[in-house]
Ligand binder design. Structure first.
Ligand code: ADP
Ligand code: MG
Ligand code: ZN
Length: 616
């Protein structure tokens, strides 16, 4: 579209230029006044003419006083015949200088030819441009199989280095080795060491895999070819394979270098697992990648880095020695890493002196690096929208909640009754979370709608943990059910507001049994094969590897766990009725309660039960 407009403008300008040239010629003629034949005759008779120039059927007369006039005559009649026809006195004619000019003068030709040439020229230019456009499209169609890899030559300015990657200490250490290989390949070749060919970066989305791969190239100062798994797979079968070929050709020409295949699970899924149509193409592409990785000489320092967040679905052939045999896990950042990542992204943002990024890090347990970068960006936008010169704590906290749950919807109209129900519901969550020692402490309660939620209760774990016990899970179920339960006890019936709570409680209870082996009846084993199959675009996640009878038992156990949670919640709600009413009152008045206010209201959180230590 842009191109079309540009072409059109070009035409327009060409047209204007030609029109200007053309009109300047006609203008020149316009300088002499056109008069009739009889005027000419009378001027000759009155001795006013100094010179006559005949050019074709045009006569230009220069008067003695310097003015010039032009006269048209009949084309076939000569001037002398004309003069004699009009019976002009020959003596008077003799005093006039008469010259006949050739008709081939510049202006004659231009004046005659341009009217024909101009449209032709325009049509010609038009055809030329259209053809060129078509040719472009053609050659694009022909270059389908070419790799569209983004070629990235590290220049000093926008090169990413390990400095840009905060945290991820182990990953960086492992990749440091790759940097060495690329920088000093000879050192390794001389000792007969084989340089690894492939490195697989594994980690949740947004943990900085792409960033790490780029920073390896930056550290080693080698070219970097970036392509995403989904770019290999196009409309036509065979395109993927030929793109892989051309990608590696490019790489070989630029060795030492890094080839980065992002989201490799798009092509590297376990072969033969899919039922859909496109997986033939995927297989071919994957095969080609394997062939290329086997194909380059060990002395060619090309290192293929691939990234995925689904290592479980990768084809085993990709993982065997000689291919992606180095695997680098990138975990979600822990507290310290989160602070470091926030620091990296806060570099160019003016933060208020009061901001402590450690607090922000504490509130963002489970966030990825990309989420954290996003929070700082959202906070900057919020500050800018309020015409502030620096980012303050409130901006950051608001940004966290926006990223976590969704934007605040203050304008949503709710009735007083709805507001009351929401207040009781959220107060229920908060109350149970507060008084159950194993539940995470309450950070904020609010009845302002946000995202799809009518209200929300934020709990933040007091520390980052990777393991959870059964009692913690049961407490979590109790907290989830608390909203529903309070609605039932206070209003006698429940609303639709608790649907997602119930769903989450149920799936948590199921995981306890089928994934974590926490059911006493069903024992320490998993249920259900988590195999991935793609059928008609839908992923079928679980395959049953247990009998109908066990399925029934699982259902019973789920109900059992839900009941346990419900009982815990009910006990606290009955015991702390007054506290509940207190929370509701303040919520209805203020709409939002922060951690400090909340704890002032209901007292400090009871200490966590320590696991019994037996000494013998
Ligand atoms: P992935 O490829 O793992 O999905 P990316 O590398 O694309 O994640 O990360 C997205 C963005 O998140 C990065 O561009 C960067 O701004 C930020 N980010 C993620 N991890 C980190 C980190 N460890 N240090 C600094 N920034 C990070
Ligand atoms: Mg990525
Ligand atoms: Zn709820």
């Amino acid at each position: 579209m842009k191109k079309l407009i540009r072409n059109f403008l070009l035409f327009f300008i060409i047209f204007l230029v030609i029109a200007a040239v053309f009109s300047s010629f006609t203008d020149q003629k316009g300088k002499s006044e056109t008069v009739g034949l009889e005027t000419l005759i009378s001027r000759i008779n009155n001795d006013e003419i100094g010179e006559l120039v005949v050019s074709g059927d045009k006569i230009t007369a220069t008067l003695k006083d310097g003015k010039s006039e032009s006269i048209r005559k009949e084309p076939n009649e000569s001037l002398s015949a004309l003069l004699s026809n009009f019976a002009v006195d020959p003596a008077k004619v003799a005093g006039v200088k008469i010259s006949v000019k050739d008709e081939s003068g510049w202006d004659y030709w231009l004046a005659n030819i341009i009217p024909f040439l101009l449209p032709l020229l325009l049509v010609g230019i038009f055809i030329f441009f259209t053809m060129r456009g078509l040719q472009g499209a053609n050659s694009r169609a022909m270059s389908f199989g070419q790799s569209t890899a983004k070629d990235f030559k590290p220049d000093a300015k926008n090169r990413a280095t390990f400095k840009d990657v905060a945290g991820a200490k182990e990953a960086k250490e492992e990749l440091q080795e790759i940097v060495e290989f690329l920088r000093f390949p000879k050192k390794f070749h001389d000792l007969g060491a084989k340089i690894p060919r492939g490195v697989l970066l594994l980690g949740a989305p947004g943990t900085g895999k792409t960033l790490l791969a780029r920073s390896v190239a930056g550290e080693a100062q080698v070219p970097f070819f970036h392509m995403s798994g989904s770019e290999f797979v196009e409309m036509f079968v065979g395109v993927g394979a030929s793109r892989v070929r051309s990608l590696f050709e490019k790489a070989k020409k630029n060795a030492p270098c890094i080839v980065f295949i992002d989201e490799i699970d798009a092509v590297g899924r376990r072969r033969g697992a899919g039922l859909g149509g496109s997986h033939d193409e995927r297989e071919q592409t994957l095969n080609q990648i394997l062939v290329e990785m086997d194909g380059f000489e060990p002395t060619q320092s090309i290192i293929v880095i691939a990234a995925t967040n689904r290592p479980d679905v990768l084809d085993p052939a990709l993982l065997r020695p000689g291919r992606f045999d180095r695997r680098v896990m990138i975990d979600l950042p822990d507290l310290k890493d989160r602070e470091d990542i926030l620091l990296v992204h806060a570099r160019k943002k003016p933060l208020s002196k009061k901001v402590d990024l450690k607090v922000v890090a504490g509130r963002t347990s489970g966030f990825s690096g990309a989420d954290l970068a996003n929070i700082l960006n959202e906070a900057a936008i919020l500050a800018a929208r309020n015409n502030k010169k620096e980012i303050v704590n409130e901006d950051l906290f608001e940004a966290i909640e926006k990223v976590m749950i969704g934007p605040e919807r203050k304008s949503r109209v709710i009735t007083d009754k709805e507001k009351k129900i929401t207040a009781y519901h959220e107060a229920g969550h908060a109350l149970v979370a507060h008084f159950l020692p194993d539940a995470d402490p309450v950070h904020k309660v609010s009845i302002i709608a946000r995202g799809s939620a009518g209200g929300y209760t934020l709990k933040v774990p007091s520390e980052d943990r990777h393991m959870h016990s059964k009692s913690e899970f049961i407490s979590e179920i109790a907290v989830l059910l608390a909203g529903h339960l309070v609605e039932k006890t206070i209003f006698g019936e429940v609303t639709t507001g608790a649907t997602s709570d119930l769903r989450r409680a149920t799936s948590l209870a199921r995981s306890l049994i089928t994934d974590f082996g926490m059911s006493d009846h069903l024992g320490p084993r998993t249920y259900g094969e988590k195999e991935e199959m793609i059928f008609l675009g839908r992923e079928i996640h679980e395959q049953r590897d247990y009998s109908e009878k066990v399925a029934e038992q699982i259902d019973q156990e789920i109900s059992g766990f839900i009941k346990q949670g419900e009982a815990q919640a009910a006990e606290i709600i009955n015991r702390e009725k007054e506290q509940l009413e207190k929370i509701v009152l303040v919520l209805l008045e203020k709409e939002t309660l922060e951690k400090e206010e909340f704890e002032q209201l209901v007292g400090p959180k009871p200490a966590k039960r320590e696991a019994a230590v037996s000494v013998d």
